[in-house]
Design a protein around this ligand. Structure first.
Ligand code: ADP
Ligand code: MG
Ligand code: MG
Length: 891
């Protein structure tokens, strides 16, 4: 039996036993909704759905609709003719249809719809005669020509709109509805003329040809640039495809007893439980949204057509009760009769999502667990960052767009270096700055912290600027040079973005949630913490099975994270503590030391700083676990680069400039990411591990004594690829730690674990687990090394990979579950086999990405660790994963 590619709206519900998921997968969201409403006996213009599988088939057949499916389409048109008593292609009694796209998930405005299909030069006359309403008939025809030309032939909209405007001017009228039948007839002539000029042929008169053309255009629109961008943003797989709905027209443009509208069962901006909507009399399709005339609020319908209003309210209520969620509906009224054209779970702001979830629980409609599934984790972001004022943003026009690297909104005066940022913000007039850099580096941290937002020309979503900004909860747009024309001149202190020149001190606004860049100031509003949020997150926390920790390496971030619900620190990077002005000198002396003695002397200067840092961190974290990772980056990152700095350092160290220059040169690496870094540093210089252990244990002892609660330090050795390497460093740590603990005469336990971030570590995890108390998957490096491309450079060529659909998303943002995920799964399994008590977590950027968090839950990790502002997102994502697929509890 060949596959069934078409379903009547009447068939949809029974064919899939009313299973909503399958119905959406096969019929698309719109098709599923139309089938359900039909099943429920609601007034729906009849029609049929061509499945998403037919879309896949269309692409498999090299973008052609094969003969079998074509034949089916006409067979179903035949059924529709019987149902409606009209004939497709007839002159006297033409059946007109809409051809509508509809993917599994709604993609508003991304794909295209064609209305009034089936009209031609004769049928329009027939329709005029039959309805005795030539104005209406010609309005349908001119709309059809417009939409067909735009959607199917891709001629654009503007030529047609210009003609309508010109016609209105000639006639001295303001609104489309004031144009007469003759005017519209004339417009049809002009439109057909445009079509002939642009297309080089006559407007197609054969309805069958029109229909196949339209269906193809909808399938094709699945792959249009707009849809591709939207899909990538929303993680909608390309392979899903879109369904096509062919539906008899209901005419909202047939007079003053007709109209079209949209409505929500609750307010999508605030969540308030009150029907909200708008409609336009004597209008069709998108007229309401397009702002052609000002629509009336739905409450007015109560006065204008009370029976229609009552019927609509009754249907809306039934739909909401049936789907147990806020509905977004489209309807049309034809000569006083209501038709439902669409229903779906409505999109809503984060604030509304929380309000609706809480209300539905209170109304007894859904359980707390179902409520937890109703809010998109990513959406929580918008609650936690300052946002641009919606009206101000609407009025502003973006001058360019980079990557939406860290959400929130920033408005400030442009500065071009971290030092300038630090300096300028002390001045009242400069309090708000936006830091603009080619890219940022670790020494820019302080400057980044004082900035409202960060804009970089280079780099991707996991570039330094992006990662650090997310950690700080600072808005960041990265890599704006990837797709825009950007020139930055540090000397002149200017940046030009697509021809817009900014000098130092000029105002710039950037939107880290969209990547948009604006000239001038856009007002921001503070985000508020609301009671619904706390209540909702309580339900999420009750449901989740993984712990959520944070990546933080300073007291401010740590406190922030705890406030956002972090249960500990999964990654405390010690090197970030090395850059502050007062200690970088000692660090540099350590690196440039020529003998072990010199190095120890220098380390002795660094140690008190580290100890003070850890003490401060422990004081905030209390007995929450804190995983401290030992020095990780290549040493040369800390070296002076400016001649005057080199000179000064040489003097301090009793070297000549030349000698020091030689040291600097000798530290140069061709590929530092794969060079002398991570635990390799401790293998060559065990003194570093000794110093760091001293600092950790002393701090832990001190704070334990203060609070009376014994801390268990978690020490993490980075970049291990071989068990003996871990053992070697571990021995240094154990010896140092045990001595200090014995001296203190207390019973302090500590754990030593490792990052799994080199593929070889994952492959030999069974052995490594013998020496490790825990594994933390460092998925940034693990992704980089598994794919073999650098996370700082990948942004440059990944665009081409998205365009060609080789990859659908950035593997540094969404964990590659197939490849990297396989390594994680294997390492978790092998590690636990050797060491059943092995702790397992993830501390890469993926720890805050909902789909990656779900993966971590499913492979049995104990925790995820992410940047502070992503903690709520991870909490919710972990809860949703647990509700969808609860795992057996460990005891
Ligand atoms: P989108 O997915 O962009 O919302 P739709 O397929 O819903 O596109 O079509 C847009 C609008 O066209 C609908 O809101 C409705 O007003 C109008 N429309 C679509 N099909 C019909 C129909 N059969 N009868 C009347 N109007 C229709
Ligand atoms: Mg719609
Ligand atoms: Mg790493």
């Amino acid at each position: 039996m060949s596959k069934k590619f078409l379903y009547l709206f009447k068939e949809g519900h029974d064919a899939f036993g009313g299973d909503q998921t399958t119905m959406k997968n096969i019929l698309g969201g719109k098709g599923a909704g139309l089938a359900e409403m039909t099943h429920a006996g609601m007034p729906v213009p009849q029609g049929f759905t061509i499945t998403t599988e037919a879309c896949t088939q269309y692409y498999a057949d090299n973008r052609e609709i094969n003969e079998e499916i074509k034949a089916d389409i006409f067979k179903y048109m035949g059924i529709l003719e019987e149902q409606t008593g009209k004939t497709f292609g007839s002159v006297d009694n033409p059946l007109l249809v809409s051809v509508r796209s509809g993917a599994r998930q709604s993609m508003p405005g991304m794909m295209d719809t064609i209305l009034n299909l089936g009209l031609n030069d004769q049928a329009v006359e027939g329709l005029a005669k039959k309805t005795d309403n030539p104005r209406f008939a010609y309005d349908c025809y001119r709309r059809f020509i417009q939409m067909y030309s735009d959607v199917v032939m891709e001629l654009g909209k503007s030529f047609f709109e210009e003609r309508i405007d010109a016609m209105k001017e000639r006639k001295g009228v303001k609104q489309d509805v004031e144009l007469t039948a003759d005017d519209l007839k004339e417009l049809v002539k002009e439109f057909k003329q445009i079509y002939r000029e642009k297309q080089g042929s006559e407007f197609p008169q054969d309805p069958k040809e029109q229909l196949i053309g339209a269906v193809k255009a909808v399938f094709r629109s699945w792959d249009n640039p707009r849809a591709n961008v939207y899909r990538k943003m929303n993680e909608i797989p390309y392979e899903w495809g879109t369904a096509v709905n062919v539906q008899q027209m209901a005419f909202g443009n047939s007079g003053m007893r007709s109209g079209t509208g949209v409505a929500f069962t609750r307010n999508p901006a605030t969540g308030e439980k009150k029907l909200m909507g708008e409609y336009l009399i004597n209008a069709q399709g998108e007229d309401v949204v397009a702002g052609i005339r000002t629509p009336s609020p739905i409450s007015k319908l109560h006065e204008e057509m009370p029976e229609v209003y009552d019927q609509f309210v009754e249907i809306a209520t039934r739909l909401e009760n049936y789907y147990k969620d806020m509905q977004d509906m489209e309807f049309t009224i034809e000569d006083g009769k209501l038709f439902m054209l669409q229903t779906r779970n409505g999109k809503r702001t984060a604030q509304a999502a929380l309000q609706i979830a809480c209300d539905l629980v209170d109304e007894g409609v859904i359980s707390e667990q179902t409520a937890v599934l109703r809010v998109e984790p990513k959406q929580l972001d918008t609650l936690l960052h300052p946002q641009f004022d919606a009206a101000a943003l609407k009025a502003a026009e973006a001058i360019g767009k980079g990557l939406a690297a860290s959400p929130g909104s920033a408005c400030g005066r442009v500065v071009f270096s971290a030092e300038d940022a630090e300096e300028k913000v002390k001045d009242e007039a400069w309090k708000k700055v936006v830091l603009v850099r080619l890219e940022t580096s670790p020494e820019d941290i302080v400057g980044m912290q004082v900035s409202q937002g960060i804009l970089t020309v280079r780099g991707g979503m996991t570039s330094h600027a992006a990662v650090v900004a997310r950690g700080m909860g600072t808005c960041c747009v990265s890599g704006c040079g990837n797709d825009n024309d950007v020139v930055i001149d540090y000397d002149a202190k200017t940046i030009t973005i697509n021809g817009h020149l900014f000098h130092e001190g000029d105002w710039m606004s950037i939107d880290g949630s969209t990547g948009n860049i604006y000239e001038g100031q856009i007002a921001t509003v503070a985000s508020t913490e609301n009671a619904n949020f706390k209540r909702f997150m309580g339900w999420a926390d009750a449901a989740r099975q993984m712990k959520v920790l944070t990546n933080a390496d300073n007291p401010r971030d740590a406190q922030n994270a705890v406030d956002m619900g972090a249960e500990g620190i999964g990654l405390c990077r010690t090197e970030h503590m090395f850059f502050a002005e007062d200690r970088i000198k000692a660090v540099r002396e350590m690196i440039c030391a020529r003998t072990v003695e010199e190095r120890k002397t220098a380390l002795a200067k660094v140690e008190p700083y580290q100890e003070a840092d850890f003490t401060a961190m422990y004081r905030i974290m209390g007995d929450r676990p804190m995983t401290i990772r030992y020095l990780d980056p290549p040493l040369h990152e800390f070296l002076p680069t400016k001649p005057e700095e080199i000179e000064a350092l040489a003097k301090d160290m009793g070297m000549t400039t030349e000698e020091l220059n030689n040291v600097v040169v000798s530290l140069h690496e061709f590929n530092p990411m794969m060079g002398h870094r991570g635990c390799r540093l401790c293998v060559t210089y065990p003194e570093i591990a000794e110093m760091q252990t001293n600092a950790v244990i002393k701090a832990a002892l001190k704070v334990s004594a203060e609070t009376g609660k014994m801390i268990t330090p978690h020490i993490m050795i980075p970049l291990v690829g071989e068990v003996k390497e871990l053992k070697y460093v571990k021995d240094v740590v154990v010896k140092t730690a045990d001595k200090l603990i014995a001296e203190a005469g207390v019973d302090m336990k500590y754990q030593i674990g490792t990052m799994i971030e080199i593929p070889r570590a994952a492959l030999t995890a069974g052995q490594i687990a013998k020496e490790a108390d825990f594994f933390s998957f460092g998925t940034n490096d693990l992704t980089q090394m598994t794919f073999g491309f650098s996370r700082d450079d990948a942004a440059k060529f990944l665009t081409a990979y998205y365009d060609t659909k080789i990859y659908e998303s950035d593997p540094f943002q969404h964990l590659d579950q197939v490849g990297v995920g396989k390594l994680i799964k294997m390492a978790a399994h092998d590690g636990r086999e050797t060491n059943p008590n092995l702790g397992l977590g993830i501390c890469g950027e993926h720890g805050g990405d909902p789909s990656s968090v779900e993966f971590c839950h499913n492979v049995g990790l104990d925790y995820v660790s992410c940047s502070p502002y992503r903690v709520p997102i991870a909490r919710l994502a972990a809860a949703q994963a647990a509700i969808k697929a609860p795992r057996a509890m460990k005891d």
